[in-house]
Write a protein that binds this ligand. Structure first.
Ligand code: HEM
Length: 165
């Protein structure tokens, strides 16, 4: 169970947050190259050098995301997360639901990708469906962060930029 007594995020927690965000953005922007590689291998057709390169990158970046998310979850269990800053109770419920949906998706995407890639279980359609879900969650998450920064001015965004310990 996560502890809620800490005042803010550590430098490691903040670094992990932004590193994962950048890697996921890469996956969302260039994931279709992996689809092109998979389609070409099924159809016995050739794939461009660029798709080949981006398809390999998709594999390694996805594994990286999985590793970093597991470290982040472990840190969350060990060190906890700060309490929602001055937010109304319904806001902390939505924030908490969004955060756990992110964690679920961040684990589910690499796992469904690996199962599909290694022909264990064809979850390619489920994996691809993760893309719009990720985009919607990110819009809600980033929108809420900006709302806190511009209207509530309660330091919620700042604490994911400035470490406290
Ligand atoms: C956070 C991690 C990941 C994200 C956000 C992600 C995202 C995506 C996206 C956006 C696509 C393109 C879907 C489309 O064509 O519309 C895709 C395709 C694919 N990805 Fe990933 N991916 C991740 C990790 C992985 C990993 C670790 C693997 C392992 C090899 C993988 C294997 C695949 C495969 C096989 C496809 C083609 C699916 C198909 O067309 O049937 N992905 N991914």
């Amino acid at each position: 169970m996560a502890k809620h007594s800490i005042r803010g995020y550590s430098a490691l927690q903040i670094t992990l947050h932004w590193a994962i965000a950048i890697l996921v953005l890469f996956q969302l922007l260039f994931g279709e190259s992996m689809t092109a590689v998979v389609d070409a291998s099924e159809e016995g057709t050739a794939v461009s050098g660029q798709d080949q390169f981006l398809g390999s990158a998709h594999y390694w970046v996805g594994l990286g995301v999985l590793g970093l998310v597991l470290i982040r979850l472990a840190l969350r269990v060990v060190s906890g997360v700060p309490q929602a800053a001055g937010a109304r109770s319904w806001m902390s419920v939505v924030a908490s639901a969004t955060h756990w949906a992110f964690y679920a998706l961040l684990v589910a995407m690499p796992v469904t990708g690996l199962l599909t890639y290694f022909d264990v279980w064809d979850l390619g359609e489920v994996h691809s469906l993760g893309k719009p879900v990720f985009i919607i969650l990110t819009l809600v998450h980033a929108g809420a962060a900006l709302f806190h920064a511009i209207f509530l001015r309660d330091g919620t965004l700042r604490r994911m930029i400035e470490p406290v310990r």
